[in-house]
Design a protein. Structure first.
Length: 215
């Protein structure tokens, strides 16, 4: 394979050769166009691997088939398609995943007794109840699965009692706030009466002074 630099090629004569030989070795790059020079051929030898390479043109992939794809309508259409696909995926996923169900089981009698003792702070009674219950259940005199459960009415009454306690605490808090506001009102009323009396006294003294000056 042969390569040859072909830039700034011109005919070189004997006079130019002699002038080039007589010039100094330093060449001013600013006036490089006025300096004569030669063009020499150079040959580049390829590495002989015993194989011949075939060069093919690499196609450049086009990101868009047409310039019209860059329009606003095309972008809106693509966004709508993506939203539709996401909705389809969501509906299919929700249809395949089963929903869990929550079931409430009635409270057992022994659990009710334990919760009552804990709520009332009866620790010693709770400990004694645990010991006796364990002894009876281990000996087989009491079967835990046959003790039964509390009726729903008892649980409902407990919930109502808890709500009543919560409402009573809120009423007590509102009562305290109202009492505090009433005390503040009484205090402000006393201050108002004091300032009113002071103003009336000053006005009376002013009238007396005006009357005295007029005399």
């Amino acid at each position: 394979m042969a390569t040859m630099a072909a830039t700034n090629v011109r005919d070189v004569g004997p006079k130019d050769v002699q002038a080039c030989n007589n010039t100094s070795t330093r060449i001013d790059l600013a006036n490089i166009a006025d300096v004569p020079y030669y063009v020499e051929k150079r040959y580049v030898r390829a590495v002989d691997n015993g194989e011949e390479f075939q060069y093919e043109e690499v196609p450049i992939e086009e990101f868009y088939d047409d310039d019209k794809e860059d329009t606003l309508d095309a972008l809106i259409r693509n966004v709508k398609d993506q939203q539709r696909e996401s909705q389809v995926i969501t509906t299919s996923t929700s249809a395949t995943v089963p929903r869990g169900t929550l079931t409430t089981q009635p409270e057992a009698v022994d659990d009710f007794v334990r919760n009552f003792l804990v709520r009332m702070g009866m620790k010693k009674t709770m400990q004694q109840f645990q010991i006796e219950w364990h002894n009876l259940s281990s000996s087989g005199r009491i079967k835990t699965n046959e003790c039964g459960y509390l009726p729903d009415v008892v649980k409902h009454n407990e919930e109502l009692s808890e709500k009543m306690k919560l409402l009573e605490s809120e009423v007590d808090r509102y009562r305290k706030s109202a009492e505090k506001a009433r005390e503040e009102f009484v205090k402000m009323k006393k201050e108002r009466d004091y300032h009113r009396q002071h103003h009336n006294r000053i006005a009376q003294e002013k009238n007396n002074l005006v009357t005295f000056v007029k005399r």
